[in-house]
Write a protein that binds this ligand. Sequence first.
Ligand code: PLP
Length: 406
Amino acid sequence: MSGSASRIWEATPLRLAERMERLGTETAFDVLARVNALKAQGKDIISFGLGEPDFETPDHIKDACKTALDENYTHYGPSQGLPELRAAIAEYYARTRGVQVGAENVVVGPGAKPMLFSAAMALISPGDEVIYPSPGYPIYESVSDWIGAVSVPARLREEREWSYDVKELETLITPRTRAIILNSPQNPTGGMLLASDMEAIARIAIERDLWVITDEVYSQITFEHPFASIASVPGMLPRVVAIDGFSKTYAMTGWRIGYTVCRADLAAHLSRIETNLHSCTAMMTQRAAYAALTGNQEPNQKMAEAFRRRASLITRLLNEIKGVRCVQPRGAFYVFPNVTEVCANLGLPTANALCDRLLLEAGVALLPRTCFGRRMEEGEYVRLSYATSDENIVEGVRRIKTLIEG
Ligand code: PLP
């Protein structure tokens, strides 16, 4: 841009709405930009930063999209989602959670992330308190803050394999609490709540008349324990807003498609939000998602199997590094090791400083604790996504070990 053109922009101050001061972000994307810039300079970087499968979308799903284009699925469609896709989602959700839902209980949107946003918009008023996991996917906190709610972090505990002390969770509830956000299996810790946790939380939600927004995007990536949804607890369904999607299960992050399952009267309101925001989700993407759910499940089962194998590999290798303590993950594709001792040994004040050194000196990208919402716990932690090849895991952790052990 020429100097005079940029002066014209700068001469007029940017006047934003007051609410923009409260909007956070997902800083993982900033790390990604840094990694890409270093790679563009020719640096050899192994990235444990990205929260997306390293696999490609299975061919039969891509083919369904190509066919949809040829069949002219290129127009606006129903805001709530294509009826055949909603029916397939309802059938899948009913089968996997053991609940009775139909197409009228499903709203399709461009990703699980926007569905979290519309659920918060529909259910939470300014001043309401929202309890969300800490450490957690940062969008829960930023969206709650943005809509004027009071965000209340609920501590997940390393010593409980990154699950809640449910009694402690209960102490956070006040007369202003409106909703609890759950995420299991969990980003960033790889923790998972078990059926007994879900029962205990459901009892509280029913007693205290709360909504539960449950983010289940990693439901198909579990290891030793079976996936448990709070929606499955008898009596919970009317107060549950379940959010799931295709990004993680079918390696479809860039397609942008997810969904909400909830009571039909709420689904109608969420659909109205869709009309206002997106009109509808891309039609050819919906046809691809339909193929994903109704077609061959072998490719995604193989992906989940690979994540299970890598979970053990990376946990073992990390625990062999002096000063690192890493809980065995129960699901998703993340580990969240404790690096407090490493930081102390290297004279680094925070995990952020450790991540900087690892990126610049060892060519390994990982994310510090501060990417995952306000801190509740003492100590320093980092997140590694093992959605990358076994070779990258072995070489990346070797580089980490070399830097840390000197
Ligand atoms: N929820 C959690 C816990 C996530 O980790 C992510 C992505 O990283 C999402 C939601 C977003 O999923 P989608 O790509 O469907 O918007």
